[in-house]
Design a protein around this ligand. Structure first.
Ligand code: BES
Ligand code: ZN
Ligand code: ZN
Length: 479
């Protein structure tokens, strides 16, 4: 795909894509492109489509509705869906008009259009033939051109991280994730250090090792670091931690087989965090960021950790493993402790497909956020508003901690009572943050891997990459 930003549409025959919000439509420029378009035929309702003919060199015009302003966060999905469904009808040269849209919609128009033109079927023997398309994004404004360029960078990162989440777990081992991180770092200008099993033993990452010990694919710890170009003002550190379970069988507390295959997506937190550091490097943000990705496969084996086992951790605290399926919090505990001890971060955000409980609570529409800091909650909610991803704040009262106490160890990995599972999981993580005042946990179990209109099964959503990127942008020193 060849994408260019231009003040003028192509001279050669081409199709036009233009999107409009309901009741805010300004069709003036369209009238110059088509003599058959009538305003009464198109209202701008969400996902409404009108395909009409244009005047030479414009062939077809694909108009799509974006609905009302309150739906504007979903615009990227609408673009992706409509363009994916019409991809075979669209010719090889396409002009996308954006200047009549808000900055937020322009960003989503670009990410949605590019995602819609990308096809799946990666492992199929016979692949759909993808024409080499030329996409010309038409704008007269230097500011809009800047937004488009950033959205193009974001689209590439989102699509490659979504691909990583969609990959099957026989391909996407912890080692594969580590190699993916190294490749991204080499391409985009940040550093990645990878610790293998032997090094993890030396470091004392006992909780991560305990989760990975039942798999033939050994665990890895990935430590990525990015420093902005302005080296004087690059401190303090923002630290991100992402859950990287390459497959979650549940371990000996094995999951039911129905839908177990979805657990290939249990590394979506790691992918979101990796996507964020890749974006920070691409945008050359003036921040100092560390991303920690503890990666392991939670498997069933004679070597697997058993329910009832008491394990150690990087922090020195002991953990009684009540349920081996509550493995995410174990590897995150080591990731958080490692981050705090070695990098002294000013802000900490961990991202994880952590609990079925958050899916019960918020469904597939929002991630749960947990923090004691009102400021950090506010910043993340503002970033989410900007990116169109939804988050909802959950409580972290100490009452929830009483059910996590163990008779023999410092903490249990599962609450005694089968209630409020997302909150008790967050309390477990808090225990390993040394009460850091600027820590936030984001449970993305309901939103990372979902039904879509463009796939027959569930697929990665890319949730969190743009949200985290918008957040870390705000940490740059103000000029
Ligand atoms: N990876 C799962 C959580 C999950 C559930 C992610 C659904 C995406 C969709 C996690 O490791 C897990 O198994 N959690 C258990 C915890 C329980 C044993 C306390 C759960 O939520 O059922
Ligand atoms: Zn699990
Ligand atoms: Zn899991």
């Amino acid at each position: 795909m060849n994408i260019l930003i231009s003040k003028n549409p192509p001279d050669k025959p081409h199709d036009v894509i233009a999107a409009f919000q309901k009741n805010q439509a300004d069709y003036e420029f369209l009238k110059g492109l088509s003599s058959v378009f009538h305003e009464k035929d198109f209202a701008g309702d969400a996902k409404e489509i009108l395909m009409c003919y244009g005047k030479d060199p414009v062939q077809k015009i694909l108009m799509l509705g974006l609905g009302e302003s309150k739906d504007s966060g979903k615009a990227s999905q609408y673009f992706r869906s409509v363009i994916y469904q019409n991809r075979k009808k669209l010719s090889e040269t396409i002009a996308l008009y954006v200047d009549h849209l808000s900055e937020s919609l322009i960003y989503q128009a670009v990410t949605g259009t590019l995602a819609g033109l990308k096809l799946n079927g990666f492992f199929k023997y016979e692949k759909e033939v993808i024409p080499t398309r030329e996409i010309c994004i038409v704008t007269q404004s230097a500011r809009n051109a800047q937004i488009i360029r950033e959205a193009m960078l974001m689209s590439d990162t989102q699509l490659s991280m979504m691909h990583l989440v969609d990959l099957p777990s026989n391909v996407k081992t912890p080692e594969f994730i580590a190699n993916t991180a190294k490749a991204s770092a080499g391409t985009h200008g940040y550093t990645v250090t990878v610790y293998d099993k032997t090094e993890l033993e030396t470091l004392g990452m006992k909780a991560l090792l305990a989760v990975g010990q039942g798999s033939i694919h050994p665990p890895y710890l990935i430590v990525a670091e990015y420093k902005g170009p302005d080296t004087v003002s690059v401190n303090p550190v923002v630290g991100l931690v992402g859950k990287g379970i390459s497959f979650d069988t549940g371990g000996l507390s094995i999951k039911p087989s129905a839908n177990m295959g979805y657990m290939k997506s249990d590394m979506a937190g790691a992918a979101a965090v990796l996507g964020c550091i890749e974006m920070a490097a691409k945008l050359k943000l003036n921040i100092h960021m560390v991303a920690i990705l503890p990666c392991a496969e939670n498997s069933v084996d004679a070597y697997s950790t058993r329910p009832g086992d008491i394990i150690g951790s990087y922090s020195g605290k002991s953990i009684e493993v009540i349920d081996t399926d509550a493995e995410g919090r174990l590897i995150l505990a080591d990731g958080l402790s490692y981050l705090i001890k070695n990098f002294n971060p000013a802000h900490i955000i961990d991202v994880a497909t952590l609990t079925g409980s958050i899916v019960q609570t918020l469904g597939y529409h929002a991630a749960g956020i947990f923090t004691q800091s009102d400021d950090l909650a506010k910043s993340i909610m503002e970033a989410a508003d900007k990116s169109g991803e939804r988050v909802w704040r959950m409580p972290l009262w100490d009452d929830y901690m009483t059910e996590m106490q163990s008779d023999m160890a410092d903490i249990k990995n599962l609450s005694t009572k089968p209630v409020a599972g997302a909150i008790t999981a967050a309390k477990f993580l808090e225990f390993f943050t040394e009460n850091h005042p600027q820590w936030l946990h984001m449970d993305i179990a309901g939103v990372a891997f979902t039904d879509t209109e463009f796939t027959k099964q569930r697929a990665a959503s890319g949730f969190g990459i743009r949200l985290l990127t918008e957040f870390v942008k705000t940490l740059q020193p103000q000029p």
